[in-house]
Design a protein around this ligand. Sequence first.
Ligand code: GTP
Ligand code: MG
Length: 432
Amino acid sequence: MAKNILHETESSDFPSAVLVAVYSDNSKNEDDLDELAALLETAGGKAVARLIQYRPTPDIATYIGKGKLDELRELCENEKIELIIFDCELSPSQIKAIEDSVGDVRVIDRTMLILDIFARNATTNEGILQVQIARLKYTIPRLRGQGAELSRLGGGIGTRGPGETKLESDRRHVKSQIANLEEELRSLEKRRTLLRRNREESGVVQISVAGYTNVGKSTLLNKLTGADILAENKLFATLDPTTRKWVLPNVGEVVLTDTVGFIKNLPHHLVEAFKSTLAEVVFSDIILIVLDISSPDVRGQYEVTEEIIHSLFEKNKVEEKPVIYVFNKCDKVEGIPEETLGLGKRENAVFISASTGDGIDSLIEAVERTILSFKKKSVFLLPHSKAGWLDTLYKNAKVESVDYTEDGIVVCAVVDEKLHGQLREFEIRNYG
Ligand SMILES: Nc1nc2c(ncn2[C@@H]2O[C@H](COP(=O)(O)OP(=O)(O)OP(=O)(O)O)[C@@H](O)[C@H]2O)c(=O)[nH]1
Ligand SMILES: [Mg+2]
């Protein structure tokens, strides 16, 4: 796997870094860099200084202005800074121009940092491939034809074709690496699609858990299902979706799937690369959107989550999907903060603590209510040759009565839409 960018700086294991941002808006301040600092910490670095410039638009050549650049160089010298991280996506020429001005300090941007964390946290073949593809795509326009980049990516350098520059052959090499990885990923995606189809055909209600990174999605899944997914105070702890059974008191068995967390300005190569895992959200019957009520930016996190979820669906399809808003970490706040009232007033919002278990009952109730709203009571006449459906009904529906007759088995059951669709040909009556 690709080496960790932070630790390419040779001097220490925990490189000290300065965080840099440009704001056009005076209401923003150093606190807005907290998330970048948390990302850096997750990646194993340490923010020792923050530098902010207020200006209407970033400088085209160097992102920050000349005076600020001088300030940055001095800061790096005085504080022995090994790494400069910009809270944005820099163009390749900006990175070069900034590096030329500040001397011997490595410059990276927010996107590189996020890609780096993803690379460290991916554990399954699928996750590793997805991250590798995103990293290589990010790298193509940034290759400078000096050879260093490719060796850093762990690939050999392809033979140059006739008349081809070093840069062109490097690009060609990376593009063919991407094509090979995408081919590998496609075969894994087929497996995932098949698994999902099997789950769908089983008629079991699928629920996905989505939301901003670090809001407590995995903790919630562990609490509800007794799973032991890694949950920790780090960003992007979960990259690979985990699916677990969850038994609800009144509707029986459903499945819950944990998903990769979202973040603002999620690099588009990552969203693209993770499409197949995010499809778990698209194909689920209910989405639990988890929000961290104790975060000072819960509204921002809500907006980012809504935006990403909308982008996964075809136009207007998301409106049809039942969503339950789960305000988590209520143990960390007193009462419900004003900020969240507008978001939580919806009738499908619940307030819980995944750590203490407070409010879990209200979540169970909301999920059951939603499932029952798309279930209906029907009577089916199953031919004796199709008696196998009875097992499915016992497992995934509420069976109210069963009569064995000469014509077949007459079953009255409360079934969900999916199972209803599958059994339509046997239906002899329904109660709407
Ligand atoms: N106080 C408190 N902490 C919580 C609660 N739920 C989760 N946490 C903590 O929040 C941190 C993140 O939890 P995770 O479950 O890993 O969050 P996640 O949403 O799965 O995060 P990613 O997988 O990184 O996107 C951990 O340190 C949890 O212990 C809660 O209800 N109360
Ligand atoms: Mg998680």
